[in-house]
Design a protein around this ligand. Structure first.
Ligand SMILES: CC(C)(COP(=O)(O)OP(=O)(O)OC[C@H]1O[C@@H](n2cnc3c(N)ncnc32)[C@H](O)[C@@H]1OP(=O)(O)O)[C@@H](O)C(=O)NCCC(=O)NCCS
Length: 182
């Protein structure tokens, strides 16, 4: 088995990413059909840089997980916590589900909830935040379903495909998440 359930929610579990998936990882990381929804498009990811990036994750105690569908152990893509600051108990969250056909099936909601459970119950973090483009209604609604709240808007700050976009800052605090997940 290539994947190892670390945290499970609904129809998915989160697993360490397998280095054998490096080609898939690089291919998807360079495909703007999905990366345009995020801030990832300008990044250049090669086989070499992708491999050292994935190797660095476990060495540096960072938390990037494969999202795996339980029913067939399919690797549907990644979610991670970054900019972790243990003194402040804060981190930022990021997620991508690769195939558009796999969107709107609650995998995003389950995966984000699983990662929040890990962030609050395992890493003892307190405030998890994220930035999302204003046009990403699917993402915004997915985050609201796990009780993120909009707290700020930054204007004219994200440039993609020749256009400027605004970003919304969303956050969730541990007591609020725990209250909703009793
Ligand atoms: C954002 C993302 C992770 C969400 O995952 P997902 O599995 O599609 O999300 P879910 O199915 O859990 O929830 C999506 C919700 O948005 C709703 N939705 C879809 N399109 C919508 C739209 N245009 N307007 C409003 N709501 C919309 C869906 O109906 C669903 O809500 P429901 O369950 O109440 O019906 C996924 O779509 C993705 O990877 N997108 C591309 C990358 C990306 O945007 N990453 C986030 C960067 S901040």
């Amino acid at each position: 088995m290539k994947y190892f359930p670390k945290i499970s929610r609904g129809d998915v579990y989160l697993s360490p990413i397998d280095l054998e998936d490096i080609e898939t990882f690089v291919k998807r990381s360079n495909d703007s059909r999905i990366t345009d929804w995020t801030h990832w498009t300008p990044r250049m990811v090669s086989l070499q840089s992708g491999k050292s990036y994935l190797e660095g994750i476990s060495k540096n105690w960072e938390y990037e997980f494969a999202i795996v569908r339980k029913s067939d152990d399919k690797f549907i893509w990644v979610t991670w916590l970054y900019h972790i600051k243990h003194i402040n108990q804060t981190a930022e969250l990021w997620i991508m589900i690769w195939e558009i056909d796999e969107h709107n099936k609650w995998y995003g909601t389950d995966a984000v909830n699983a990662l929040l459970s890990f962030a609050f119950n395992t890493l003892n973090l307190y405030n998890i935040s994220l930035w999302v483009k204003t046009f990403n209604k699917k993402g915004i609604w997915c985050y609201k379903k796990v009780w993120f709240q909009e707290v700020w808007m930054k204007h004219h700050c994200e440039y993609c495909n020749g256009e400027w976009y605004d970003l919304i800052l969303m956050e969730i605090l541990r007591p609020d998440w725990k209250e909703k997940n009793k």
